[in-house]
Ligand binder design. Structure first.
Ligand SMILES: [Zn+2]
Length: 160
């Protein structure tokens, strides 16, 4: 079965270069390939998955380089690290807008979930209740469960 994330469009080299330039990073071939892979791979890829795709085009790139580059992307705001309940493997999210995650405990698939109503509820809750000694910047729910067959995801619903 295909994941609903497999429709990511391939960004043009100009778009990739612009993204790196905006983030203040020099557009090396390695960085361009790693960024492209991050954007093109479905869902929330691991560094290993990014590495595998990159080496298909540039075999000399090591996994360590991919980790370091992805971490520099995180610092530069190009990607986010996904908080993983299992903590097994780091996963990366090319979508830096605020959203939530549904995590399938059976397949470890991470499904993006967006709902402005939910964001409103969470913001309202903490605005009313206050968070003493803490200033929240963003909220991200991590919902663990089991995927039910034919359950429409946020993305496939958007496509319809
Ligand atoms: Zn996500």
């Amino acid at each position: 079965m295909h994941t609903p994330h497999s429709h990511h469009p391939v960004p043009t080299p100009e778009q990739l270069q612009q993204q790196l330039a905006d983030a203040g990073l020099r557009a090396t071939r390695q960085r361009l390939l790693i960024l492209e892979s991050l954007l093109v791979l479905p869902g929330h890829p691991t560094a290993e998955q990014v590495h595998q795709r990159v080496t298909g085009q540039l075999s000399s790139v090591s996994l360590g380089t991919v980790y370091k580059t992805l971490d520099s992307f995180v610092v530069a705001g190009l990607t986010r690290r996904v908080a993983s309940a299992e903590g097994s493997r780091r996963r990366y999210d090319a979508d830096c807008t605020e959203h939530h995650h549904l995590v399938c405990a059976d397949t470890q698939e991470i499904i993006d979930y967006c709902d402005p109503k939910l964001d409103e509820l969470i913001r309202g809750f903490f605005a009313d209740k206050g968070l003493p000694g803490f200033q929240p910047h963003s909220f991200s729910l991590h919902v663990t469960g089991s995927r039910v067959v034919d359950l429409p995801t946020a993305e496939s619903a958007q496509q319809a």
